[in-house]
Design a protein around this ligand. Structure first.
Ligand code: ASP
Length: 434
């Protein structure tokens, strides 16, 4: 019998999670039951993914860079990767701006709803503003300064320091290329083997994915705010979602044009990672799976995937940048402000930078949105307006962030002759095979 493909199993898990979440909230004590007995499994699942993010980056990047055997290849790949990442982000922000100006969702918010929301969520807004303020107080070159850690062991203690670990791994890989081959052989073999083990751990975690997403979604549904708030923000949420769907279409077309791979091939290959990104709202937690899907199912050679994807997970957030543009203009509209063309152009620049600066964790895009609002002179209290629907939109934008990284890895791989045939076909997913 043909086995059910992984993405169907994950979708089934998500569906059952939503159904159980909705059912249980109707019973007295149902929410508590979910919190005590189901939610922990979701947490265990996310933790197991996060647990391998740093070792994966370290092993995969050192292996990837040292496999290149040549510094000029590395700089070529690096240049292309950053170039395409920035281009797709600018496209995403522009689409967001275009849509929000066309749909005009801010005008559908009544004065009354606005005042109510601003007062209901003002506590949360203050928290976000404070986090953003500490980030803003730092000088313009702070991100660059932060890239180089003073101690790799302390960097590796937090997933928030992924860029520092990436820096170290690339630097180490370059060192490995530059020493005589016989001296580096043992180190190289060690990291090659280490990488294989980590990839196998990802396979094993994926066996639990349908159950993990079930638990995550059941808990999320049980804890979500009332449906009335969603209605008031319907047009805004719809604008973001339409923009995100457009981005997925654009990626699929880019993959088709640049790599000649069919849209169904791309979407089938990447869908389990998209679903996990949706369920976890974290590109960082999804990274191990994105890596596995791209190398095993989309044909990108490991040395490209292990370079392009960790960088993408930390700096390429097209879904986030699109959302930031829509949210900023939506808040301005709701407060009756008219943003001129120049300010909107500035939003393209600030949202691009803000998305690069957003951490690959749930809700990070909203913290960085404060900077975009500040630039455009939009009241930061307006964050309260979008708070209620932020989690579902975070889920959607994270799925887009991950899709963008995968698409770019295919394009970069193609451009340097490193896009081959997939190693695994979806119907013979066999994660326990050697
Ligand atoms: N959750 C997003 C991610 O991890 C970032 C954000 O937009 O909040 O990609």
């Amino acid at each position: 019998m043909k086995k059910l493909a992984l993405h169907w199993k994950i979708l089934l898990g998500m569906f059952l999670g939503v159904v159980i979440g909705l059912l249980m909230t109707n019973f007295e004590g149902g929410k508590e039951l979910i919190q005590d007995w189901i939610k922990p499994f979701g947490k265990i699942f996310i933790n197991s993914l996060k647990l391998i993010a740093i070792p994966l980056i370290l092993a995969a990047l050192i292996k990837g860079v040292s496999d290149l055997k040549d510094i000029s290849k590395l700089s070529k790949m690096g240049g292309r990767t950053i170039g395409i990442y920035i281009t797709t982000t600018i496209i995403a922000v522009s689409i967001g701006l275009l849509l929000v100006n066309l749909v005009n969702p801010g005008h559908s918010i009544s004065e009354e709803t606005r005042t109510e929301m601003v007062s209901n969520y003002s506590d949360n807004t203050t928290k976000y503003k404070e986090t953003a303020k500490t980030q803003k107080e730092a000088g313009p070159l702070k991100p660059l300064e932060d890239l180089v850690p003073e101690n790799i062991f302390s960097s590796a203690t937090s997933n928030r320091n992924m860029l520092q670990v990436i820096f170290f791994a690339v630097f180490f890989g370059i060192g490995l290329i530059l020493i005589p081959e016989e001296k580096g052989r043992t180190v190289k073999h060690f990291f090659d083997g280490f990488n294989e083990v980590i990839l196998k751990m990802v396979d094993l975690i994926m066996l639990a994915a349908p159950y993990g997403v079930f638990a995550l979604l059941a808990a999320l549904v049980a804890e979500s705010p009332s449906i009335d708030l969603f209605k008031a923000l319907g047009w805004y949420a719809l604008t973001v979602v339409i923009g995100l769907l457009l981005m997925i279409t654009i990626y699929t077309l880019m993959v088709l044009v640049f790599t000649k791979k069919k849209p169904s091939f791309f979407i089938n290959g990447i869908s389990p990672a998209q679903l996990l990104a949706f369920s976890t709202s974290s590109s960082a937690a999804t990274l191990p799976v994105t890596m596995e899907r791209v190398t095993e199912h989309l044909g990108v050679e490991e040395e490209v995937a292990s370079f392009v994807l960790p960088i993408g997970a930390t700096i390429n957030m097209d879904g986030t940048s699109l959302y930031q543009a829509v949210a900023a203009v939506f808040i301005a509209q709701a407060f009756g402000m008219n943003l001129d063309f120049g300010t909107q152009l500035g939003i393209i620049a600030t949202a691009t930078l803000a998305s690069i600066g957003s951490a690959a964790v749930p809700g990070a895009g909203m913290v960085m949105l404060v900077g975009v609002l500040g630039y455009a002179g939009i009241p930061e209290a307006g964050l309260a307006l979008i708070f209620a629907v932020d989690r579902p939109l975070d889920m959607c934008r994270t799925a887009v962030n991950v899709t963008g990284d995968a698409a770019v890895s295919m394009m970069v791989a193609k451009s340097i002759g490193k896009l081959g045939e997939p190693k695994v076909k979806d119907w013979d997913d066999n994660y326990l095979k050697k």
